[in-house]
Design a protein around this ligand. Structure first.
Ligand SMILES: [Zn+2]
Length: 98
């Protein structure tokens, strides 16, 4: 039988009406109050168009800073990969010269 709340998951017990996740949500509602749970969900999960735009702009700004940093990190790693080989080669060449 399918959960009566989410209408997607199977019920937790054959005699129950709720899946495991929805049972937990119901328990939270019983403890903290359904009004409070709804208020938290609306405040944290539901965003108006202006909030969505702000979030998109923020992600763009972060990427503008982050992408050059990632490139710098990759370049630095590349330099560190090359360096030991160069050092080893230099030591070998020094030994060969002796
Ligand atoms: Zn459910």
């Amino acid at each position: 039988m399918v959960c009566r709340f989410c209408e997607r998951e199977s019920v937790e017990y054959w005699f129950g009406n709720w899946c495991q996740s929805c049972r937990k949500l119901k328990n939270l509602g019983n403890v903290y109050g359904f009004e409070r749970i709804l208020e938290i969900l609306q405040r944290c999960c539901i965003r108006n168009p202006e909030q969505i735009k702000n979030k998109i702009d923020l992600v763009k700004e972060i990427n503008e800073v982050y992408e050059p940093l990632e490139k710098l990190k990759k370049d630095t790693e590349q330099i560190h990969k090359i360096r030991p080989i160069t050092r080893q080669r230099a030591e070998r060449e020094r030994r060969e010269q002796k």
